[in-house]
Design a protein around this ligand. Structure first.
Ligand code: CUA
Length: 368
């Protein structure tokens, strides 16, 4: 009964669609992996059942009986047996290796004419950079939500370091941990390692939102390091690109939040709201309100939640961010995450009122 319950979680027919089911592939890359997984799974089941049944049979059939002290027949050094149980597993592994190796090479092949995206794993959120290319008129930097067109191969460069930050690729905050990029319904896992760029390809056949997750322990908020892949028809994707390459809907100087954002709370130390092609320490907020979620895809973008976040982000997601409010710049401190503006305020730094947080939130929500 217990086994039935556990196995029910894997159902692809009627089971709950949790958005992260690798047995429910939604693109050719995930399909190839699933097609490889299924036969190997059944070979493993056959081996497992055979070994279990044989072990139980031998244990029962040849157990020591009362009144008998016969020693079992000694078979040590039996050459045919030794060769047999060496060859059979080797043969099974050889059979499994043929499709496995071929799929590995197939998945590593660079697609022709892909959409290129760079995913930068930070502590603890994902930045997505779109270089200028066919269909993307200017560089785009966004966070947490990776938009892709359906039916087109996407080639993702994976890096744990943001080379455009001060300190370069080797020495900026958060650049010393390994993440892992995983969208179960579209592709396999791939580690995101400081000091090198890994690549992966993926493709979505149908429009939809596919949930991703960092799959390598990377510190305090690893479990909250989510993201989404939003697959859209090519027309909808082109509309999204057109919106992202534009300047902000409201310039910060013209907004009520100007003084709070740039001077009093120095949000501009880590964020920008003025340039959607700029890579900065924190998420690029130029088109913040165009995203369904914020805080590494953890919270839906609602006014109430955003105000709470601006006031005291570490109460919503655990972070190591006390240092982030120390002047002059976060890069010289070892801070990661969005600081609290209501608790643990360093000496000389202002604390934030509810009204100030509302002003900031209303400004950000204008940035569609
Ligand atoms: Cu990033 Cu776990």
């Amino acid at each position: 009964m217990g086994l039935a319950l556990v196995v029910a979680a894997c159902s692809t027919e009627s089971g709950p669609d949790n958005g992260q089911n690798s047995l429910r592939p939604k693109g050719p890359v995930a399909e190839k992996i699933d097609n490889l997984f299924t036969p190997i799974f059944w070979i493993a089941v056959a081996v497992g059942v055979f070994i279990t049944v044989a072990t139980i049979f031998v244990a029962v059939r040849y157990r020591q009986r009362k009144g008998s002290d016969d020693r079992p027949k000694q078979i040590h050094g039996n050459t045919p047996l030794e060769i047999g149980w060496t060859l059979v597993p080797a043969l099974i592994l050889a059979v499994i290796a043929v499709p496995t190796v071929s799929v590995i090479f197939d998945l590593a092949e660079e697609p022709a004419d892909p959409l290129e995206v760079t995913a930068v794993g930070k502590q603890w959120w994902w930045q997505f950079d779109y270089p200028k290319q066919v269909g993307v008129d200017a560089k785009i930097v966004t966070a947490n939500e990776m938009h892709i067109p359906t039916g087109r191969d996407v080639f993702v460069n994976l890096t744990a370091c943001d080379p455009s930050l001060p300190g370069g690729a080797d020495d900026n905050p958060g650049c010393n941990v390994i993440h892992s990029f995983w969208v179960p319904e579209l592709a396999g896992k791939r580690d995101v390692v400081p000091g090198r760029t890994n690549t992966m390809k993926l493709r979505a056949d149908e429009a939809g939102t596919y949930l991703g997750q960092c799959a390598e322990y990377c510190g305090l908020s690893h479990a909250n390091m989510r993201f989404r892949v939003i697959a859209q028809s090519p027309d909808d994707f082109a509309d999204w690109v057109a919106g992202q390459v534009e300047g902000p809907t409201v310039s910060v100087e013209d907004s009520d939040a100007a003084e709070l954002f740039t001077a009093k709370f120095q949000c501009t130390n880590c964020h920008t709201t003025e340039d959607s092609s700029a890579s900065v320490y924190g998420p690029n907020l130029t088109h913040f309100a165009s995203r369904e979620t914020f805080a590494s895809g953890y919270y839906e973008t609602t006014r109430e939640r955003l105000i709470q976040w601006i006031l005291d982000a570490p109460s919503l997601i655990p972070m190591e961010s006390e240092d982030c409010r120390l002047p002059p710049s976060p890069f010289e401190n070892t801070c990661v995450g969005m600081p609290s503006f209501t608790t643990d305020t360093p000496e000389g730094q202002p604390t934030m009122t509810q009204a100030e947080a509302e002003t900031l939130a209303d400004y950000l929500l204008e940035l569609t």
